[in-house]
Write a protein that binds this ligand. Structure first.
Ligand code: SF4
Length: 505
């Protein structure tokens, strides 16, 4: 496969989640692209959040079923293994996302398909050698590093940190939490572009039947009625961007991948086929909202006033699009789902990000929350001189070998401790880079005496079952071998030269 050359994208109409319809469309797509699975075939959906309150956040199981059945249809005996793998988001065990999304039941129904919870797998080191990389090595779950035929099946959505989440951004789920949160900051787009060196998909099919607009975890449903398929990730994302009227070169991770030779965004060099023209797809997507809204604007008219200064490396950007500010936007939306009274219940709060230098308009009794290691500020709060120091540690000091991530119960303890320590103060500081969506949910729950979504009676049983399963599995892993595996030469880069990007032209 030569990922950068002669890219093809197929746009097909599909008006509902009928499995047989999806199967036929995907089978025809695979045939048109001349693709047949072989060896270890790994299918990667987007299951970032699932359950009855997150119906539009994830790739639908009917879509997954259509893809799995189509892969089986075109297999001519060379596929040795078929598995579905993912690491979901917001500190939920992936087992729960599989169960809640319906993927678990679907996989059992299809038969002959394995599950891979990436947060329970051995993590394999992959070396980077390309220019402009954020670090020299990262980790990815073993099934990703060893896949022969990688199939990416994202959800068509906008994203508050990276404008869109199509095929390339779906790669944030090919790392477990320890490694996913490293560089998940103002350089998130570079991280996503770097992840492209781990593996390239042979086939991509996006669930755009009901797309998600505005946000990432709690998007509004947008009936686009499309399945888009392709064999090159940059070209694929470029076409999806054009469908919603976004210039793909303005999306940093897509532009970087193009500059590094992974493919083209130039429509004149992409062969677009299917029963829906790009023009007609654009007409369907008219009015589709993307999610890039600064935090100050996002909270206008609510009990929260947000202030944002630049993150570290201010020569690169004046706003941390990939970290803490975007996380609080997702956090508040989750809370609104679980409790309609969220906005009324929240007391007046002030949240501060980055090196903010302006005034904080906090009245007596109003709490100021400094969020993130890079938060700095100096001034008067309630008659007290407050100086918040920068605790940001350069990324070079964060070694993926020593990365750790707390589970949700540890996060609850940490947040509770931080808030109770500062109960008498006019301000509190939440440390981390980033302070995750889950931690910001927990902080707002405590500050506003809101319903804790992680203890919601509708999900607590299934959560604890998944949590116990995850704990048992990872403990077994630790007892039976090292959870990390050093792969020597990059498993993809050196072993599979044909997967490396080819220079353009
Ligand atoms: S601490 Fe938060 S706001 Fe600051 S750089 Fe890290 S992720 Fe961005």
């Amino acid at each position: 496969m030569k990922p950068a050359e002669n890219p093809r994208v197929i746009i097909r109409h599909c008006d509902d989640y009928d499995v047989e319809k999806i199967r036929t469309i995907v089978r025809e797509g695979l045939n048109e692209l001349g693709l047949k699975p072989f060896g270890r075939t790994l299918v990667k959906p987007n299951l970032v959040a699932a359950g009855e309150l997150f119906p539009n956040a994830h790739t639908r199981p009917e879509f997954g079923e259509g893809v799995l059945r189509a892969l089986k249809d075109v297999d001519d005996g060379k596929m040795t293994e078929l598995l579905v793998g993912e690491r979901c988001g917001i500190t939920i065990p992936t087992r729960m996302a599989f169960a809640e999304s319906g993927f678990d039941a679907m996989i059992s129904k299809v038969g002959g398909v394995k599950r891979s919870y990436f947060d329970e797998e051995t993590q394999v080191e992959v070396r980077y050698t390309h220019e402009g990389r954020l670090r020299d090595y990262v980790f990815t779950p073993e099934p990703v590093a060893r896949a022969d035929f990688f199939v990416n099946i994202p959800k068509f959505k906008s994203h508050p940190w990276t404008t869109v989440t199509f095929s390339m951004k779906n790669y944030i789920g090919i790392q477990d939490d320890r490694h996913r949160l490293i560089d998940h900051d103002h350089r998130l787009n570079e991280k996503v572009a770097d992840l492209q060196y781990i593996i390239q998909p042979r086939f991509i099919a996006i669930d755009g039947i009901v797309a998600g607009e505005g946000r990432m975890l709690t998007p509004k449903p947008f009936p686009l009625k499309l399945i888009v398929m392709g064999d090159n990730q940059v070209a694929f994302d470029a076409v999806c961007c054009h469908i919603i009227g976004v210039d793909p070169r303005e999306v940093e991770h897509i532009r970087l991948a193009e500059e590094r030779g992974f493919g083209t965004t130039d429509l004149s060099r992409i062969q677009i086929t299917g029963d829906v023209s790009l023009h007609d797809a654009q007409k369907r997507a008219k009015g589709f909202q993307v999610g890039l809204v600064r935090v100050e604007k996002y909270f206008e008219g609510t009990h929260i006033t947000a202030y944002a200064g630049p993150p570290p490396e201010r020569e690169r950007t004046d706003y941390c699009w990939g970290g803490c500010p975007g996380a609080i936007e997702e956090a508040i939306e989750i809370l609104r789902l679980f409790d309609e009274q969220t906005d009324e219940k929240l007391p007046r709060l002030h949240v501060v990000f980055g090196a903010y230098e302006g005034k904080i308009d906090a009245k007596p009794g109003e709490k100021v929350v400094f969020i993130g290691d890079c938060a700095t500020w100096k001034g008067d709060l309630g008659g007290q001189l407050v100086q918040i120091e920068n605790r940001y540690q350069n990324r070079d000091t964060r070694d993926p070998y020593h990365a750790s991530a707390d589970d949700i119960y540890k996060k609850m303890l940490h947040i509770r401790k931080a808030l109770s320590k500062s109960a008498a103060d006019p301000y509190v500081r939440l440390e981390g880079c980033p302070v995750s969506v889950a931690e910001q949910v927990l902080a707002l729950v405590s500050l506003g005496h809101l319903k804790n979504p992680y203890l919601d009676p509708r999900a607590v049983l299934i959560f604890n079952k998944a949590y116990a399963g995850w704990r048992a599995s990872t403990a077994f892993h630790r007892m039976t071998g090292h959870p990390y595996q050093k792969a020597g030469p990059a498993p993809r880069g050196d072993a599979r030269p044909e997967m490396q990007p080819k220079p353009e032209g």
